[in-house]
Design a protein around this ligand. Structure first.
Ligand SMILES: *[C@@H]1O[C@H](CO)[C@@H](O)[C@H](O)[C@H]1NC(C)=O
Ligand SMILES: *[C@@H]1O[C@H](CO)[C@@H](O)[C@H](O)[C@H]1NC(C)=O
Ligand SMILES: *[C@@H]1O[C@H](CO)[C@@H](O)[C@H](O)[C@H]1NC(C)=O
Ligand SMILES: *[C@@H]1O[C@H](CO)[C@@H](O)[C@H](O)[C@H]1NC(C)=O
Ligand SMILES: *[C@@H]1O[C@H](CO)[C@@H](O)[C@H](O)[C@H]1NC(C)=O
Length: 802
């Protein structure tokens, strides 16, 4: 027997062995890895295609600044002229406006059918009778209140002019001097006042209307002259005792809601508070409905400025006399460039799609981990001495590498095809988020893999989580994010779910990118981490802390599970609790084992022998068991199970020992204790003098285990299996190659290139022989075999057949 001078494989040797095996394994699986990495590319292509199609649609002439053909010098050649003056309302917004037009400031006046009148809901008898609605002659109302009624009424009277003066040849002065208004719907920008393009509704406000009150004002706009039909509206100012009275009245008159309710709209309401001769303090109630319709209407667009001007003029006249006035001639927008409606899809769909892309890795990692568990390859490696440390380190590093390559390909490709999501945001901020998240994701997969013993279930659950998270993120979580009234604390609580934390991060990237895109600046930068409300900092902290916690919990649980009951190696039914039947050790080498009932006295004799042996300074026997016991705690109301009850055994070198017994006799528990898969409840055993309680790592180098079922990687060759397990036995260099060769020869797998075929293609017998070769590589001093149909006589020191 070759003496195994090599000690247990060090951490790094184990890690190296596993790394080489994994490299070979993943080289075979390169196709699925490449497919995985290509998934984001397909998604990006999809996004960019949608974006291109939509942008082609958006650049249709109907949505772009209007143009006409002008034949200015009559030579038949036409000159293309574009501009706001040639555009429809739909086109106008996109036109460049180098010098915006000046528009007279209008007042928003309710349409005749909505103006406030008396009704049973509103107890104010100073309002006009409802009959005025029939003749469209209802006055438009202004409500007033304040601390000093005399002053308030005085100001209210000053607000509405007694008469209007129209000078057709001086339009701008006319517009400034009189109060003109409209009931048309405002536009979000003030590049164009829509009232001037709709002949429907154009009013001037006056205290009393003459009978023939309507006339036409020519209004020059560009080269066109617009004829504006102006009709007189009587202005009514009414005093109310308090602002809450006004509030009530306005609330009851609101147009939405109950269709049967009387609609009573007013122009505006003024609360003059503590205004006196030295202080002008007013608060104006105006109708902000349109302003909030899109959130984009500037205050000038909803025709607010004129109502402020009315109040300040009224106060000025109260102080200085009726001749004084602040002339408010026009409002005007800022100049602007041509604006094109373009979709930057990565900012719209990015958070949803990219959440999917990143989460996609989760089921991949999970199934890979569960596969090794389901196939019991993890246990097999453990029995051959692969510790948890190297296993975790190499698996983790591999998944991290895979995830990183995946993300790098994704971000690179996304940037190359020009998705602004990637190019506008700072890469280093993105990198930190992605890197932290893929680490958390791997740790989570390790944690969750403990719950599954079946690859199919794991992958189904994994994909449900991926798609569910994306959908919930896009349609629920994002809704909460955008609702400013939703408590921020709840948002943070939701972010404790890792998928939502990722979603939040991507969402903020998209928001900053959108901002940058439309303002022509950049997206997220490091300095933005300090912005209030963006939540990026808190997302990063959550992900990092969760990673630490999940990783330690996963590692801890893994230790507990693998040292306690291993789900795949537990013996489930212990209805009977028979004494293990042991064959008396025989001095001849013998492969077959007879079923011999042992006498109680023999048991006692063996016990005595063990006790005696243990008193000697060194144990020179192959296996010594000292009162080994395994008791499984009671479960589901069952009593506790005594799987192995006080087994004592002394097994010298050069002996073949068989363990026989009916199902549930405790054979597997015994073998599992000997191989370190479970810990004995009490007692201990020594293999080659090493204690199974404390020196399992040393035992692994001198023990070979052949599992009951072949535990092989389908895609690895026989030689790769042996190389891997040989390295775990601390064989190196030439010795390793020699050992592999010998062992292939000894099980007759060396010839015809069988050794270099993938194990999945082996026949049942070849797989069995490979399993035997694996258990014998590295010349174990003790080998544990299940009962073999074809007896294999091998040149081995001692072995136990179970
Ligand atoms: C109310 O205002 C008028 C001036 O319009 C002033 O004469 C009067 O003293 C004020 N009343 C009070 C109670 O301040
Ligand atoms: C009308 O405006 C023109 C131009 O400013 C001015 O010459 C004329 O006197 C005005 N007419 C009246 C009646 O104010
Ligand atoms: C404000 O304007 C909207 C839209 O025209 C209208 O529905 C609503 O009734 C108005 N509210 C009041 C108090 O006038
Ligand atoms: C305006 O009036 C309100 C309410 O009376 C008061 O709180 C506020 O201080 C006043 N503002 C000024 C500038 O006096
Ligand atoms: C309406 O919009 C203004 C300014 O955009 C905002 O401050 C206000 O809270 C909004 N009101 C409602 C009821 O949404």
């Amino acid at each position: 027997m070759a003496d195994s001078s090599h000690g247990p494989a060090s951490f790094w040797t184990q890690a190296d062995a596993l790394l080489r095996k994994n490299l070979a394994f993943h080289k075979r699986n390169i196709r699925s890895n490449v497919q995985l990495v290509l998934f984001p590319l397909v998604l990006c292509m999809l996004l960019i295609t949608i974006q291109t199609v939509v942008n082609i649609e958006l650049s249709q002439p109907a949505l772009r600044c209007g143009c006409i053909c002008v034949d200015s010098n009559g030579d038949g050649k036409c000159e293309k002229k574009c501009g706001i003056e040639y555009s429809t309302v739909d086109q106008a917004w996109s036109c460049p406006v180098a010098s915006p037009a000046q528009w007279p400031p209008l007042l928003q006046i309710p349409a005749p059918e909505y103006r406030a009148v008396q009704s049973e809901f509103i107890a104010s008898m100073d309002l006009p009778k409802e009959s005025c609605r029939k003749s469209s002659s209802c006055p438009a109302t202004i409500l007033l209140t304040g601390k000093n009624r005399t002053l308030g009424r005085n100001l209210g009277a000053n607000m509405i002019p007694r008469s209007s003066s129209f000078n057709i040849s001086d339009i701008s002065h006319t517009m400034a001097n009189n109060i003109l208004g409209s009931d048309s719907k405002p536009q979000p920008t003030f590049l164009m006042e829509p009232a001037f393009f709709s002949n429907l509704s154009f009013y001037y406000l006056q205290r009393h209307c003459p009978t023939n009150s309507s006339f036409t004002v020519p209004f020059k706009f560009g080269s066109a002259v617009l004829k504006l039909e102006c009709s007189c509206v009587q202005g009514l100012n009414l005093w109310r005792h308090s602002s809450s009275e006004i509030n009530d009245e306005v609330y009851k008159g609101y147009r939405r809601g109950n269709p049967k309710r009387k609609i009573n709209e007013i122009i505006a309401a003024y609360d003059f508070l503590d205004t006196d001769a030295t202080r002008f303090n007013v608060s104006i109630l105006y109708n902000s409905t349109y302003r909030n319709e899109t959130g984009k209407y500037p205050i000038s667009a909803i025709r607010m400025p004129r109502s402020v001007n009315m109040a300040s003029n009224a106060y000025l006249q109260f102080l200085l006399g009726p001749g004084f006035k602040i002339l408010f001639e026009f409002v005007k927008s800022m100049p602007k460039q041509e604006s094109l409606l373009r979709l930057e899809i990565s900012t719209r769909l990015g958070p949803l799609f990219f959440t999917w892309v990143i989460l996609q890795l989760f089921p991949v990692i999970l199934t890979s981990l569960v596969y090794e568990k389901e196939q019991r390859l993890r246990i097999m490696m453990k029995m051959h001495g692969l510790g948890d440390g190297p296993y975790w380190m190499i698996s983790y590093s591999y998944f991290l590498l895979l995830s990183s390559v995946y993300m790098i390909v994704f971000v690179t490709f996304g940037s190359l095809i020009g998705l602004k999501f990637f190019t506008l945001n700072d890469y280093s901020v993105q990198l930190v988020l992605y890197f932290l998240y893929i680490n958390l994701q791997i740790a989570l997969a390790f944690l969750v893999s403990g719950l599954f013993s079946n690859v199919k279930t794991a992958s189904v659950v994994g994909y449900i989580i991926v798609f569910g998270t994306g959908i919930l993120g896009g349609f629920l979580f994002q809704f909460f994010l955008q609702a400013s009234s939703f408590p921020r604390g709840w948002i943070t609580a939701m972010e404790l779910f890792p998928g939502f934390a990722l979603y939040r991060g991507l969402y903020e990237f998209a928001q900053y990118c959108l901002n940058g895109y439309f303002t022509g600046t950049v997206g997220m930068r490091w300095k933005h981490l300090n912005d209030r409300d963006n939540g990026i900092k808190e997302v990063l902290i959550i992900i990092f802390v969760e990673w630490l916690v999940v990783l330690s919990v996963a590692f801890y649980l893994n230790k507990v599970i693998s040292s306690g009951r291993s789900p795949t190696y537990t013996i489930r039914n212990f209805q009977k609790e028979p004494q293990p039947l042991l064959q008396k050790p025989s001095s001849e080498r013998q492969g077959s084992i007879d079923f011999v009932q042992m006498e109680k006295s023999d048991v006692l004799q063996e016990k005595g022998k063990v006790v005696q042996l243990l008193q000697e300074s060194s144990i020179s026997l192959a296996i010594v068991c000292d009162n080994l016991k395994k008791i499984y705690p009671g479960r589901d109301g069952n009593t506790e199970k005594h799987a192995v009850r006080g087994l004592s055994l002394a097994l010298p070198h050069g002996e073949c020992f068989g363990v026989l017994g009916p199902n549930g006799a405790g054979k597997t528990s015994f073998i599992n204790m000997m191989t370190g898969i479970i810990k004995p409840s009490s007692g201990t055993a020594f293999v080659e003098g090493f204690d199974i309680q404390t020196q399992m790592n040393s035992i692994y180098t001198s023990m070979g285990v052949c599992p009951q079922h072949d535990l092989l990687w389908e895609t690895l060759t026989g030689r790769e299996h042996l190389l891997f397990y040989g390295r775990l036995k601390n064989l190196k260099g030439a010795a390793l190659n020699q050992a592999v060769e010998d062992s292939l020869k000894s099980v007759n797998l060396f010839y015809d290139g069988v050794a270099d075929k993938q194990a999945g293609k082996y026949s049942g017998g070849m797989k069995r022989r490979l399993s035997v070769a694996i258990s014998l590589i590295g010349d174990p001093k003790v080998a544990l075999f299940p009962y073999l149909h074809k007896r294999i006589f091998l040149n081995i020191d001692s072995f136990v057949i179970y």
